[in-house]
Design a protein around this ligand. Structure first.
Ligand SMILES: [Zn+2]
Length: 490
């Protein structure tokens, strides 16, 4: 009896020891870097240039509608006036009429290039909602410390901050060793098929090797990660895929006075119910795992470190918690969102056809085909035809978290935001940067802007605005990143 007890005690102690070891093995935070001295920005003039850019409605209309060419032309003219050194020093190329590519040739042109992306286009303002804007969406007014405008966050802040950084680097006499490309797409909000996609194709054609690619898609979030007090720099290291499926049920129809037991609408409704009630399986992919182990883990309480340092044991419990909230659930599985439905033409006639569209955001590791197959398995009704509405896109695989490119980006974030925690994460939407992923595993998504809990809804939403101080901060970040990348050993 005594021997048995000692064995149990030993087993418990060993188990605890393993868990504590796991917690302690979470990497410690890097030494806080000293913030670099900011360049001599003229913050007043910078802000005026930015506001001028926000006033030009470079709107991406729905696919099929003509691009507002005049607005993009005016925008380019403004950039030319605002950044004379960039236009004199860098080679400029126009792709698909409106996408801008600048090339700053390095002293060692054969080495891997750095690519900074931002997009010129903005989403339209919903006409019905326009009067709900506190300030008109294309007036770029300053109020309460913010610049209010469509595109202020997404993504003209990035575009102007990058150009300000390069403009001042030229002025300072900086001579790049590696080539730097600036890629400013014009159709990102429509999927980037003519802009970034075409640029990426040209890069392949010209055999340009890449060392670091940075786009929007992450930010310095404040108060948004539960249990973490410090700001968290979310850096997108992978992107979910996208697919819309068409569900269709056909039936004989007939008069509504003598309906069959199941109608087209009923069959379709049940199929959609089943899809909602049977979520796709949740997992932690390598980026999700890194978010906990390398990102927030080291800064968490010891109790949470026990969890994050022992995901081999706690993953199922952690997944349950993450699945209980729609935003975090989207980080761990393929999501299913019924978005449109159509059936029937008259109140007393049974429809012969019922249709619905269901939008899937595909989790890494799954494919468009595997998602359709799984959806058919869940619906489990041969009367419901389920097929892809149009070509979707596969998830963009994770970029390396051990590369020189990652370390350069991480170091720059710590230099500029010493109080922050850098955490890789999975981007739920899509960015132009995914087109460059086949070229290197060095594609990351981070816009150096502080976002509070309320700011997320502003992107694409009403009253989009950004703190007026953000522009200098972001330009300082790119100024440092370009130099750090230039001396990194990619
Ligand atoms: Zn964007």
């Amino acid at each position: 009896m005594k021997v048995a007890l000692s064995f149990i005690l030993l087993a418990v102690l060993t188990g605890l020891g393993i868990l504590v070891f796991g917690a302690l093995s979470l990497r410690s935070l890097p030494e806080t870097e000293r913030s670099p001295v900011p360049p001599r920005f003229d913050s007043v003039e910078m802000l005026e240039r930015f506001r001028d850019g926000l006033r030009i409605p470079t709107i991406s209309q729905q696919p099929g509608q003509a691009t507002n060419g005049a607005a993009f032309l005016a925008f380019r003219a403004l950039l030319e006036r605002s950044f004379p050194r960039v236009h004199a020093e860098l080679e400029k190329e126009l792709i698909s009429n409106h996408t801008l590519v600048f090339k700053w040739l390095g002293q060692v042109p054969s080495g891997p290039a750095t690519v900074l992306l931002a997009h010129q286009d903005v989403v339209p303002v919903d006409g019905e909602n326009e009067d709900q804007w506190t300030h008109p969406p294309f007036a770029a007014q300053i109020d309460d410390g913010y610049v209010w405008a469509r595109g202020a966050l997404d993504d003209k802040l990035g575009l102007f901050a990058i150009l300000e950084a390069v403009e001042i680097l030229i002025q300072e006499g900086f001579v790049p060793q590696r080539t730097l490309y600036l890629v400013f797409g014009h159709d990102e909000e429509l999927g980037g098929a003519h802009g970034a996609s075409e640029v990426a194709r040209l890069f392949v054609e010209r055999d340009i090797s890449l060392g670091l690619v940075l786009d929007e898609g992450g930010a310095l979030t404040e108060g948004q990660v539960p249990g973490v007090d410090q700001p968290v720099a979310l850096v997108g290291a992978a992107e979910k895929g996208y697919l819309t499926a068409l569900l269709e049920v056909k039936s004989l129809g007939g008069h509504s006075s003598a309906p069959p037991a199941e109608t087209a609408i009923g069959i379709l409704a049940k199929a959609i119910s089943r899809l909602e009630e049977t979520p796709f399986e949740a997992h932690l992919d390598e980026v999700g795992r890194a978010f906990f182990e390398r990102g927030i883990g080291p800064s968490s309480t010891f109790g949470m470190q026990l969890v994050y340092g022992n995901l081999w044991f706690f993953e199922p419990i952690l997944l349950k918690v993450l699945e209980s909230n729609p935003t975090t659930a989207a980080m761990v599985r393929t999501t299913v969102a019924p978005t449109m439905m159509k059936a029937g033409t008259k109140e007393n006639v049974l429809p012969t056809q019922a249709m619905a569209l269901v939008n899937f955001r595909i989790f890494p590791g799954e494919t468009e085909e595997s998602v359709l197959e799984e959806a058919r398995r869940i619906v489990a009704d041969p009367r419901v035809a389920l097929r892809a509405l149009a070509a979707g896109r596969a998830p963009s695989p994770a970029s390396s978290l051990d590369s020189q490119a990652w370390r350069t980006l991480e170091r720059t974030i710590y230099e500029l935001f010493p109080e922050a925690i850098v955490a890789p994460y999975l981007v739920l939407g899509g960015t132009d940067s995914r087109y460059f992923r086949s070229r290197c595993d060095c594609v990351y998504r981070f816009l150096p802007v502080r976002l509070g809990a309320d700011s997320m809804s502003l992107i694409h939403g009403t009253n989009e605005r950004v703190a007026a101080t953000s522009l200098v901060e972001a330009a300082h970040f790119y100024h440092q990143l370009i130099q750090n990348a230039d001396s990194a050993a990619f």
